[in-house]
Design a protein around this ligand. Structure first.
Ligand SMILES: Cc1cc2nc3c(=O)[nH]c(=O)nc-3n(C[C@H](O)[C@H](O)[C@H](O)COP(=O)(O)OP(=O)(O)OC[C@H]3O[C@@H](n4cnc5c(N)ncnc54)[C@H](O)[C@@H]3O)c2cc1C
Length: 495
């Protein structure tokens, strides 16, 4: 007898989200949108007294797809969250003192596959004609020149490669998403969860609030931040600790007044014992120092950061402690963790909000019924683990490839043993000029090229195939591509 495809008729009747930070309200808004018209109820429990982590203000371009799904108008979003446009991350002092490079969004070249662009660019370099990588990226050049405008829809225009994300105010963003979700029927409960009742199968039955109320549901989404209230505290799910690869375990964050018009990039400046971020918004600048508590005290970090602000501080320094890693299983039984409850990777490439979004996308693709088939959660966990590991490797590269040796912190980074997966990628690149892109990879080859070469890692050769199969362009044609990019960017307005 052949197996038949069956629907269980046991669809979810209710989803309970714990936590009202960026993760909780992104999940609530996303569910409100995709469950529109269904009978499944969504409830969010949060405690204003506990508050949110309140940082997390730089994003990557994928967020625009989330807003498209929700149908949020860009102008409304910019107004509500006092957001600015972000085209790149500028890395200062990572390769060495005084050195700066850019990691722009989007591709290099025009009408050319990345592998060919890269091979040709490296070949020109080996022929004694080196050129700055940024000049080959519409987005990178626009960021360097401080120019921005509408992405072209004209297939022949280099400006169709203009790729951007946002800097946003995290508190205002959560507020915007909350309004969106509540308008679409999400019920919000103010209250502190003090107990989680777990049934005999290891599934969550209900939450008990401090005032004695009980909240029941079919499916629980743990967005309780570092607290990891359900997934870790109640369900005792372990943590895959990556702190041996990440020298920093602390951050101090301060907001300050803007001293100049916002620039089009996040700035990440390497310091003696970590790195400092600068995120310009319309109304203020977010700043933070990510550091190693083994090398610097909290007071020293705060003093250091305050001394380096470009405008007057408008908030008290906020200290945060973290451990790099991911939850061993983000989905267990009828509980899924998203956001900081699922793991933490430092904000060097602004990936946390993106990881919430991709986790949510995976949830939609693998949406459960009340049977919570372990095969579904296993697939979710497999894909999530891969995604976190690839982001982890990309971030480690920034530390491991730095040639700085001016402090114990950087000297420790230089002798770090890489994860095998990163060692493989780095070897492949240095020996052959090839970039390995694996399943569930967040960053495209263009991003890896920016970081490798920005930090001074060059391959011993370019891909030999371009000499055998023929070059995509003559040197003149290749140089003309750069001129087209510049001419197009110069038509954009000064930001
Ligand atoms: C230093 C630092 C810098 C960062 N920078 C970036 C960045 O630039 N870009 C980026 O993408 N990400 C960044 N992140 C990550 C980003 O801040 C988080 O991914 C994002 O804010 C999501 O957090 P969250 O919603 O999971 O947790 P939180 O914001 O901590 O929210 C947790 C929620 O759970 C609630 N809660 C907790 N316990 C209980 C309880 N017992 N009962 C009821 N409610 C409870 C809280 O009240 C809160 O509403 C950064 C993180 C840190 C630490």
């Amino acid at each position: 007898m052949s197996p038949t495809t069956q629907c269980s008729g046991r669809g979810l009747r209710s989803v309970v989200i714990v936590g009202g930070g960026t993760a909780g309200w992104m999940v609530a808004a996303g569910l409100a949108r995709v469950l529109e018209g269904s009978s499944c109820e969504v409830t969010l429990v949060e405690s204003e007294a506990i508050g949110t982590v309140g940082v997390g203000e730089a994003t990557i371009p994928s967020l625009r797809a989330f807003h498209e799904l929700l149908g949020i108008d860009e102008q409304e979003f910019l107004r509500a969250t006092r957001a600015t446009f972000k085209l790149a991350i500028q890395f200062r002092e990572w390769g060495g003192r005084g050195e700066t490079f850019l990691h722009p969004f989007g591709p290099y070249g025009i009408d050319i596959k990345h592998e060919l662009f890269q091979a040709y660019w490296l070949k020109r370099r080996s022929e004694g004609c080196p050129s700055a990588l940024d000049e080959w990226s519409v987005t990178g050049l626009a960021a360097s020149l401080g120019r921005f405008g509408t992405r072209s829809t004209d297939e022949s225009s280099p400006l169709r490669n203009l790729t951007y994300a946002y800097h946003l105010d995290a508190t205002l963003y959560a507020r915007l998403l909350r309004a969106y979700a509540e308008e679409r029927g999400v019920r919000r409960i103010e209250g502190r969860v003090v107990d989680v009742a777990v049934g005999p199968r290891g599934w969550v039955d209900s939450l008990r609030l401090a005032d004695g109320r009980s909240v029941t549901g079919d499916f629980f989404i743990d967005c309780s931040g570092f607290e990891s209230l359900i997934i870790a505290r109640a369900l005792q799910t372990g943590y895959v600790d990556w702190s041996h690869w990440f020298p920093c375990d602390s951050a101090v964050a301060v907001q300050c007044e803007s001293a100049a018009a916002p620039v089009l990039h996040t700035r990440a400046t390497a310091r003696e014992t970590g790195w400092q971020w600068r995120i310009p918004l319309q109304h203020r600048v977010g700043n933070g120092y990510v550091y190693s508590s083994a090398h610097l005290s909290d007071d020293e970090a705060a003093t250091d950061l305050l001394q380096r602000l470009e405008g007057a501080p408008i908030s008290a320094p906020r200290h945060l402690r973290f451990k790099a890693g991911r939850r061993a299983s983000a989905w267990v039984g009828n509980c899924l963790a998203l956001g900081l409850a699922a793991g933490f990777l430092e904000p060097l490439e602004s990936t946390s909000i993106h990881l919430i979004q991709t986790g949510l996308g995976r949830l939609f693709a693998l949406f459960p019924d009340r049977d919570f088939d372990p095969a579904v959660s296993a697939e979710y966990n497999r894909l999530t683990a891969l995604e976190y590991e690839h982001v982890r490797d990309f971030l480690i590269l920034h530390y491991a490839a730095s040639t700085r040796d001016d402090s114990a912190f950087w000297r420790d980074c230089r002798v770090m043993r890489l994860p095998d997966s990163l060692a493989y990628k780095r070897d492949l690149f240095t020996k052959t000029g090839r970039i390995a892109i694996l399943e569930q990879e967040t960053f495209a080859a263009a991003s890896w090229l920016a970081i490798y070469t920005g930090l001074g890692i060059w391959p011993q050769r370019y891909e030999p195939a371009i000499d055998i199969f023929g070059s995509p362009a003559t040197p003149l044609g290749f140089e003309a591509m750069r001129e087209r990019i510049r001419a197009a960017v110069e038509t954009l307005q000064t930001a």
